[in-house]
Design a protein around this ligand. Structure first.
Ligand code: 8BR
Ligand code: ZN
Length: 490
């Protein structure tokens, strides 16, 4: 306190003795105070502006977060929404006449549940072991027990739908399995109406039976509903052509199964389940979206597809690539449960098998096979297995020539009808009709005999070297050739 009083006294004394100096100091102190006050005010404004900015940013951040949530939800909906599966297929073919989604925006054909129950129960034995998770087995189509199935068979065996299909499927392991009787019982076999069939046809049923027969649902954990969606779309993707339609696919699927099983291919090449899956997949899709005119027509007319695939295996590229586009949609992705390695191998085999069905490459494949047979290959190396599978699909593709006569004659009539339709289109465009395609100069017998002599019989004989059980096809083909020699209409 004393010190303070002393300081104040000293200050007052100095102010009295040097008044000017103190006035100056006071002034500059005041100015300094003013500046600081101004600075303070500016800082406060700045702070206010920053606060407002922060609030705005926060609002924006909230809005962005909300939008992000919305986008995520929309994205999720889009992923789950069933896109028009035909868009991708249409984009490929760019054919103005192409059907607009014959599935009518459904993912699955409204199949007959009892029919699928009967088929499934023929191959799934609920009493045997191996089905740990019954909910998977029961998910879409609930099979009957063995006892129930015996009862059902007795009850339905004379039914024109269920009985006919069950009896036809009893022959699925045999060479005389008849795809026409399956199709006739289901939706009728008028080729033009095939794409419009509401319920599943012969391809749908044959595929379903074989997938259960080989137990592929369980072996690859394939979702039954997705498999049914897939086969619905694949079947609907075949046009109403006289020959290259979904019945032909069903027929080729059956014969591929025959070559694998009774023909002995699985045993000869020790094929894995993956290879079997690939083989059945390839057979079912091998002519998907076939427009009923051949590669030559596309190349000659410089069509969109010929340009897209550089004139190389134009249609075969279309078949396989359209189906791989289709299965990008999760609703149709029958291969979704496969591991990355499994998927890659299945794709490799499918691409190889379907591309091999280009008859323009026939000579090349026969030569490759000849070399491997001469070298006495054991056909257990991966490349040889794939070659054998490709040859099997090629054989199934033209197998109608080596089937029982009643079946063969229906197919040869159909291929001629399709040839004539192409001939008509060629004529209308002012182009020369391709050989055997001119309906004004019919030469079916001549065409079929040369096809048998130069292509079919030598090829079936080569396959029989690898698989002696396939000799049945050579015998039938010889018989069918004789038919034409005796019934030449030209
Ligand atoms: P795609 O089914 O892949 O077209 O291959 C078979 C081809 O062989 C037919 O397009 C056709 O050119 C020819 N072919 C002839 Br000729 N007669 C045939 C027949 N009876 N069955 C199948 N193909 C036949
Ligand atoms: Zn074919």
């Amino acid at each position: 306190m004393e010190a303070y009083i002393y300081d104040q006294m000293l200050l007052s004394h100095q102010m009295q003795s040097h008044p000017k100096e103190f006035e100056g100091k006071e002034l500059s102190a005041k100015e300094e105070a003013k500046t600081l006050e101004d600075q303070n005010e500016n800082l406060e404004h700045e702070l206010q502006a920053l606060k407002e900015n922060l609030a705005r940013n926060k609002q924006q951040e909230d809005a962005s977060r909300k939008r992000l949530e919305e986008l995520k939800r929309e994205n999720n909906d889009l992923a789950h929404r069933v896109e028009d599966p035909w868009q991708r297929v249409k984009d490929k073919q760019r054919d103005p006449c192409r059907l607009i989604n014959p599935l009518r925006n459904k993912t699955c054909k409204p199949f007959d549940k009892l029919l699928l129950q009967l088929i499934k129960s023929t191959y799934v034995n609920l009493d045997s072991e191996g089905y740990d998770d019954m909910s998977v087995i029961h998910k879409v189509v609930k099979p009957f027990t063995v006892l129930e199935m015996q009862d059902m068979r007795d009850r339905y065996i004379l039914d024109p739908l269920y009985g006919t299909i069950l009896m036809a499927l009893d022959k699925i392991d045999d060479w005389d399995f008849n795809v026409f009787s399956v199709q006739a019982a289901l939706n009728g076999d008028d080729h033009a109406s095939l794409p419009f069939q509401e319920k599943g046809g012969a391809l749908f049923v044959t595929f379903y039976a074989l997938f259960w027969k080989y137990d592929l649902f369980k072996k690859f954990n394939i979702d039954e509903q997705v498999a049914l969606n897939w086969v619905s779309a694949v079947e609907a993707g075949y046009h109403g052509n006289p020959y290259h339609n979904s019945m032909h696919a069903a027929d080729v699927l059956h014969v591929t199964h025959y070559i694998l099983s009774k023909g002995g291919l699985i045993e000869r090449c020790q094929l894995s389940d993956k290879m079997i899956l690939s083989a059945l997949f390839s057979a079912a899709i091998h002519d998907f979206d076939h427009p009923g005119i051949n590669n030559n027509f596309h190349i000659k007319t410089r069509s969109h597809l010929a340009t897209l695939y550089n004139d190389r295996s134009v249609l075969e590229n279309l078949h396989v690539s359209s189906v791989f586009e289709l299965i990008k949609n999760p609703a149709f992705n029958i291969l979704a449960s496969l591991s990355e390695d499994q998927w890659r191998e299945v794709r490799e085999v499918v691409v190889e098998m379907v591309l091999a069905t280009d008859m323009g490459l026939h000579g090349k494949y026969v030569a490759m096979m000849k070399t491997r047979l001469q070298e006495r290959a054991d056909f257990l190396q991966k490349d040889d297995k794939i070659l054998a599978l490709a040859m099997a699909l090629k054989m199934a593709d033209i197998s109608n020539c080596g089937r029982p006569q009643e079946i063969y004659l229906r197919w040869s009539g159909k291929i001629s009808d399709e040839f004539y339709q192409q001939g008509d289109r060629e004529r209308n465009l002012g182009l020369a009709c391709s050989p055997f395609m001119d309906r004004t100069q019919p030469a079916i017998a001549k065409g079929q005999i040369s096809f048998m002599n130069y292509i079919v019989i030598p090829f079936f004989e080569q396959i029989s070297e690898l698989l002696p059980n396939m000799r049945v096809s050579v015998d039938c083909a010889e018989g069918n050739k004789t038919y034409w020699a005796q019934n030449d209409d030209s």
